[in-house]
Design a protein around this ligand. Structure first.
Ligand code: NAD
Ligand code: IPM
Ligand code: MN
Length: 345
């Protein structure tokens, strides 16, 4: 049956990297006989331009009835004063689709290891997954802004913590069986609850080791001994910050994909980075974050493991040939990088 894929290109470099992702999808689909249809919808700043809202009604309806959603990036300085900002559209679609589990893999391509700002011996063997809680915490508590006072409420229920912890343990079972739960339990009540629930959930996974780490020292360890980690699990805000930090390991945000899952409905796949307004429109954005998000979609939504592996290998091979975009010190344009990857497919 034809799979319906909703594509939300968004803003800034969004349309440039979405085009790259869809070209690669078309190439691999032809090779493996994957039958799909893309529905492009307005989202983010593009939604504001089209209908005055970052998450238009028909975009949300299409996303809800899709088999999977691809999202490139949203936001930009021109929308910073909008009554409803693009970022609110992003949070709304995550909440509406109940995408509580955000999976952000961090793996260093062999071909890129020498480009990491970290020493080769630190980078060797780095392969971990960040599991970020995506529909709770301080992002979704009340935000109160007064003239001389402001407040953001961080709240978590035990149920919200438990389901994301279970995801992390399940993922760890298929890997090196180490879960590092990251919190700030020396200060925050939400973190005290987080740690208690983590210890309870761990009892159901005796084959998996659970360790706890405070978020400040975790940020340091991610750079000093990144190869130690297997599965990291943490609340929404810490996960946001730590995953951008993790992009320093491969050397750029431009190679970082993600998957967001609910308990039943369609999953959403997007790079972890933003709309990169500083390079938008120049045709030089790294498309690999989007292309690897397409690979994650093929694997996790459609069970097309072989196709996903082939895309990842093609990216590595293109890098090995020295085809690199500017963020990695190269000269390739977005389209040249994309074509080099399609050639390897
Ligand atoms: P950003 O992630 O857009 O960019 C940070 C830096 O990384 C910039 O120098 C940018 O050029 C570079 N970069 C990012 N992606 C790249 C790529 N594919 N290739 C090459 N270089 C790349 O973060 P920012 O500048 O802080 O935010 C810009 C806008 O994006 C803001 O409006 C923010 O709210 C939004 N944002 C959106 C998302 C999303 O759509 N999921 C995520 C993060 C930020
Ligand atoms: C991300 C982004 C978003 C977040 C912003 C744009 C709301 O930074 O996807 O990591 O903070 O979740
Ligand atoms: Mn972020």
């Amino acid at each position: 049956m034809t799979k319906i894929i909703v594509a939300l290109a968004g803003d800034g470099i969004g349309p440039e990297i979405m085009s790259a992702g869809l070209q690669v999808l078309a190439t691999i689909a032809k090779k493996i006989g994957f039958d799909y249809q893309v529905k492009e919808k307005a989202f983010g700043g593009a939604g504001i331009d089209a209908v005055g809202h970052p998450l238009p009604t028909d975009t949300l309806a299409a996303a809800k009835s899709a088999d999977a959603i691809l999202l490139a990036a949203i936001g930009g300085p021109q929308y910073d004063q909008a009554p409803v900002r693009p970022e609110q559209g992003l949070l709304a679609i995550r909440k509406e689709l109940k995408l509580y589990a955000n999976i952000r893999p961090v793996k260093i391509f062999e071909s890129l290891a020498h480009l990491s700002p970290l020493k080769a011996e630190r980078i060797a063997g780095v392969d971990f997954v960040m599991v970020r809680e995506l529909t709770g915490g301080i992002y979704f508590g009340d935000h109160i802004l007064e003239d001389r006072k402001a407040q953001d409420i961080n709240d978590y229920s035990a149920e919200e913590i438990e389901r994301i912890l279970r995801r992390a343990f399940e993922i760890a079972r298929g890997r090196r069986k180490l879960v590092t739960s990251i919190d700030k339990q020396n200060v925050l009540a939400t973190s005290k609850l987080w740690r208690k629930v983590a210890d309870q959930v761990a009892k159901d996974y005796p084959d998996v080791t659970l360790e706890h780490q405070l978020v400040d020292s975790a940020a340091m360890l991610m750079i000093t001994r990144p190869a130690h980690f297997d599965v990291l699990v943490t609340e929404n805000l810490f996960g946001d910050i730590l995953s951008d930090e993790a992009s320093v390991l491969p050397g750029t945000l431009g190679v970082m994909p993600s998957a967001s899952h609910s308990s039943d409905g369609p999953s959403l796949y997007e790079p972890i980075h933003g709309s990169a307004p500083d390079i938008a429109g120049k045709g030089i954005a790294n498309p690999v974050s989007m292309i690897l998000s397409v690979a994650m979609m093929l694997r996790e939504s459609f069970g097309e493991y072989e196709a996903a592996n082939r895309i990842e290998k093609a990216v590595d091979k293109a890098f090995k040939k020295g085809i690199l975009t500017a963020d990695l010190g190269g000269k390739a344009s977005t389209q040249e990088m994309t074509e080099a990857i399609m050639k390897q497919l």
